[in-house]
Design a protein around this ligand. Structure first.
Ligand code: HEC
Ligand code: HEC
Length: 439
């Protein structure tokens, strides 16, 4: 009797040891393929803001981040709407929805002139009284603002920011897109972009407006050194919003936990996917920065947004030209920036033209290696677009790594409980309010 008891105890121990004791073969393989873990490790914004990449013109402080965390969601500043029906109904977050990975769960974001929300922004449609060309919507799938601190030149075409890959492009700043003239101010890519963004997205900040909405004290706390005459405007609002979005870091994703030594954080499937991603498939040759994006530009030959339901865009949209639309250079035509890869599983579709519904579709596109956009000349296409010969199991593994291994489950920590106006956010139109149960 006692022997059986001891044997059972041994079995339990043996099973436990096999599943929990330190490194498995997969962990060893992944560790070997990754090499220096610090190259992919994201900073923890709760530990220190100084580890986050930032502009010397806008050093991060807790006060700026706290203010930006409200402004990003606040419909009270949606005051330059094209029609009365649109006033005070939208925010940055209309198109950058936290639960959808800080993108909307649809092919195109609509702020002013949009109506409804659904659960993650998926049912938002154009408001009937707005003509197509007066809504606020762009001709590309919204990029996520997660891990955006690692982007030195923002947008799909890298047009914002005065350093990084834009050194030497000074001559075209402001040429094709007047907004990019802000690069001359050299205040940081996001800081500059978001000043222009507040105009594009129809949000005005003045002392009177800031005061009337109850935000004066927060601006004072965030910008004590800025003279009063310059303290309440689009520039300070942009600086606060930029500080906040720089703090949006997916450091709680399983892959990040694994990098920090917690081998149980990832499943075997995710680990096999990561081994393929960083190893044999060589995805990290482009997706190489800590956010798993980079400042490289490549033509994958994917479709544009006008082909996938986008409104207020067309075959002639300059955004379809990618980097070439910004620089005007032949060699840059149809090349798009390599995007970050965290929390993409929260919402499709994928690619700049929203042509793929699921992450598995994206992996299959890479595996097939056949371009889908006939307007992209053969010689522009990346060498990488060729059949990869993956097995069905390998496709599943890489998809699992992307979908779950790179998924931070706790983005809610970046969302305020309420905004000062008390309005429904991210959207405040009647249909969104009813969708979200704000009443
Ligand atoms: C109407 C939808 C919409 C609204 C509203 C909106 N965005 Fe965006 N955002 C986009 C789209 C689309 C892109 C990608 C455009 C491109 O690259 O051509 C983008 C890109 C960005 C990027 C660049 C990310 C990167 O990786 O380069 C940042 C930063 C950003 N938005 C911040 C904001 C802020 C801050 C606000 C509020 C002031 C805002 N957005 C409001 C749609 C929107
Ligand atoms: C040659 C550079 C390059 C390589 C190598 C590469 N990618 Fe990408 N990846 C890109 C670019 C550029 C985009 C955006 C293309 C576009 O939308 O026009 C992209 C987009 C993606 C997206 C969609 C992101 C989004 O926001 O819609 C995923 C997912 C992705 N890549 C995964 C992978 C995987 C997995 C591999 C390896 C099989 C890989 N990539 C290899 C350049 C590359």
């Amino acid at each position: 009797m006692r022997k059986i008891y001891l044997f059972a105890l041994f079995l339990v121990f043996a099973v436990y040891a096999c599943t929990h004791s330190g490194q498995s073969e997969l962990d060893k393989d992944l560790a070997r393929i990754i090499g220096d873990r610090s190259q992919y490790l994201l900073p923890d914004p709760t530990k220190s803001l100084s580890d986050i990449p930032q502009s010397s013109a806008n050093p991060l402080t807790p006060e700026k981040v706290a203010l930006g965390k409200l402004l990003f969601f606040e419909p009270a500043f949606a005051n330059e709407a094209k029609q009365d029906a649109g006033r005070y109904t939208y925010s940055c977050s209309s198109c950058h929805v936290p639960s959808a990975g800080f993108r909307p769960a649809r092919h195109q974001g609509i702020a002013d002139g949009g109506y409804g929300f659904g659960i993650q922004g998926e049912t938002r449609i154009k408001y009937p009284t707005y003509p197509n060309d007066s809504i606020d919507a762009q001709g590309a799938r919204p990029l996520s603002v997660l891990n955006v601190a690692f982007v030195t030149n923002s947008m799909w075409n890298g047009s914002f920011g005065s350093d990084g890959v834009n050194v030497g492009t000074e001559g075209v700043w402001g040429q094709f897109d007047p907004g990019t003239a802000i690069n001359h101010e050299r205040i940081g890519n996001l800081e500059g972009q978001n000043i222009e963004g507040l105009k594009v997205h129809r949000m005005l900040y003045t002392k009177e407006i800031v005061e009337a909405n109850g935000y004066k004290e927060l601006f004072d706390a965030a910008f004590p050194d800025v003279p009063l005459s310059e303290r309440y405007n689009r520039k300070t609002a942009s600086f606060a919003i930029s500080a906040y979005i720089r703090s949006l870091i997916t450091n709680e994703a399983p892959f990040q936990k694994w990098l920090n030594g917690n081998e149980d954080a990832m499943t075997a499937e995710q680990k096999r996917g990561a081994i393929l991603f960083f190893g044999k498939l060589n995805c990290q040759s482009c997706h190489s920065e800590p956010n798993l994006g980079s400042m490289q530009f490549a033509a994958l030959g994917v479709e544009d947004l006008f082909e996938n339901g986008g409104i207020k865009t067309s075959i002639n949209d300059r955004r379809n030209l990618g980097r070439g639309g910004f620089t005007g250079k032949e060699e840059d035509m149809f090349k798009f920036r390599v995007p970050q890869l965290y929390n993409l599983g929260d919402s499709g579709p994928y690619f700049h033209g929203a042509s793929k519904e699921t992450l598995e579709d994206v992996v299959r596109y890479f595996n097939n290696g056949v371009p889908e956009n006939p307007r992209v000349p053969q010689e522009q296409l990346t060498y990488f677009l060729r059949p990869l010969g993956m097995t069905e199991q390998e496709i599943k593994d890489v998809t699992a790594f992307l979908k779950d291994g790179l998924h931070d489950p706790n983005l809610q920590r970046y969302v305020p409980e309420r905004v000062i106006s008390g309005m429904c956010f991210p959207n405040n139109d009647p249909l969104s309010k009813s969708d979200m149960g704000c009443n």
